[in-house]
Design a protein around this ligand. Structure first.
Ligand code: FAD
Length: 397
């Protein structure tokens, strides 16, 4: 069969967006490696956990999003050899390529916190980061009338940096409306010295947390869970102390890293302790292998990992792959745009959009997105999902 012109590893947000754009540009012989028969719209999982969306609405058959004319191989990539230009697939086959797009997303390291893998999904421990547990978050929130609720944020890079705190606000607002908020102690564990790294939005979030009476533990991290005893260990890196907290609800977000097979591949960035793929931060091209590009959660880029970032990265990768195919230097540049829809209440949201310089870069320049807004909540719940399925995944937007 010879070499395939383009191989794309991962048929999530990034892989499908790039495939659709390359097809629109007339590229033939595109092969997509994706093991799952389901495509997920993960941004709605926060609202699933908050009881505001159904899990069913976040899922479509993978076959329905693979663009026409793209060959889909339903296998896992297990290894990549960028010198030989091959990808080894589960089942033992080898795929050869001329150009490679790496988009397999990231890996959830449930095992990295002792006790977490055993506890999650059982008793009072949940996580919106996995579709099998997100509906359970809402069951636990709904069932709680008093006690202690702990929400954690890992100390690694993560997808959607705002998601660990958004669910705390959705829960708190529900308890406020049920008039039980004053009977519930809410602890939010955050590894950074601030609630959010762009000061304009951090200030508003501090007020939001204070409004609900949330105890914010900055420079802190969950280091162990005991699901049987309903205890979580919170390490405070500022004071060097550890506290064991008894919980009645634990929403845990696991540490995250590049998939293990990516970490051990020659494409991993030696500067990334978690093995994310090296990519020029503007062209998204691998610095050593000029026929390899990376985008989405797997790429080692100094910006927040979100689907919104993928929306701006996909056109850059598609255009630059075409440039390289045609013997030109890649000309399109990504500026680090990312966006975090910070849901702060059951009907309010802050839309934080910024670039590599943490400079706000609003899509709606006339709208004051430093304030909590109802129209932005409607935008996230009702406008963004169809934009994703019909615009982003088809390469139109
Ligand atoms: P993914 O979409 O995760 O796709 C990776 C794909 O690779 C998957 O289909 C997977 O099956 C496949 N794959 C895995 N291993 C292999 C392998 N070995 N070989 C081949 N394929 C493989 N983003 C926002 O913009 N806004 C939000 O509000 C938001 N909220 C979020 C809330 C939660 C709870 C979560 C979990 C995420 C949220 N995100 C949000 C983040 C967003 O979903 C991701 O950043 C985005 O999906 C990244 O796209 P990706 O293609 O890199 O990875």
């Amino acid at each position: 069969a010879g070499r395939h012109r383009v191989a794309i590893v991962g048929g999530g947000s990034a892989g499908i967006s790039v495939a659709a754009r390359l097809r629109r540009a007339g590229v033939t012989d595109i092969t997509l490696v994706e093991p799952s028969d389901t495509h997920w719209y993960q941004p709605l999982w926060t609202l699933v956990g908050g009881g505001q969306a159904s899990l069913r609405g976040t899922r479509r058959p993978e076959a329905s999003v693979v663009p026409d004319g793209v060959r889909w191989i339903r296998r896992h990539a297990l290894a990549v050899d960028p010198d030989a230009r091959t990808v080894t697939l589960s089942g033992g086959e080898e795929l050869t390529y001329e150009h490679l797009v790496m988009a397999p997303g990231l890996q959830l390291d449930w095992d990295a916190v002792p006790g977490l893998a055993e506890a999650v999904g059982h008793d009072r421990v949940t996580s919106n980061y996995a579709p099998e547990y997100a509906p359970r978050t809402w069951d636990l929130i709904k069932g709680m009338r008093s006690g202690t609720a702990v929400f954690t944020h890992p100390a690694t890079p993560l997808k959607c940096g705002g998601a660990p705190q958004k669910i705390a606000y959705l829960a708190a607002d529900h308890w406020r409306r049920q008039k039980v908020l004053d009977r519930i102690r809410i602890i939010l564990v955050i590894p950074d010295p601030v609630l959010f790294k762009v000061p304009e939005w951090a200030r508003t979030l501090e007020q939001v947390a204070a409004r609900y009476g949330i105890e914010v533990r900055l420079r802190s991290e969950m280091t162990a869970v005991d699901g049987d005893r309903r205890e979580v260990v919170v390490a405070d890196h500022a004071s060097g102390t550890k506290e064991t907290v008894r919980y009645d609800l634990l929403h845990a977000v696991p540490p995250q890293s590049a998939p293990d097979w990516v970490k051990s591949s020659p494409l991993a960035d030696p500067a990334s302790p978690l093995g994310f793929v090296a990519a020029d931060k503007h062209t998204l091209r691998h610095p050593q292998y000029g026929n390899v590009f990376a985008l989405g959660d797997v790429a080692n880029l100094p910006t927040s990992k979100t689907g919104a970032a993928v929306r701006k990265q996909a056109p850059v990768v598609a255009a630059n792959v075409l440039d390289v195919m045609n013997g030109r230097q890649p000309a399109r540049r990504y500026d680090g745009y990312t966006s975090c829809p910070l849901v702060t209440a059951r009907d309010r949201m802050l839309l934080a959009e910024f670039d590599y310089d943490l400079k706000p870069s609003p899509t709606f320049p006339l709208v004051d997105t430093f304030k909590e807004r109802r129209d932005m909540w409607v935008f996230k719940r009702y406008v963004l999902p169809p934009v994703y399925w019909h615009g982003m995944l088809t390469g139109r937007l």
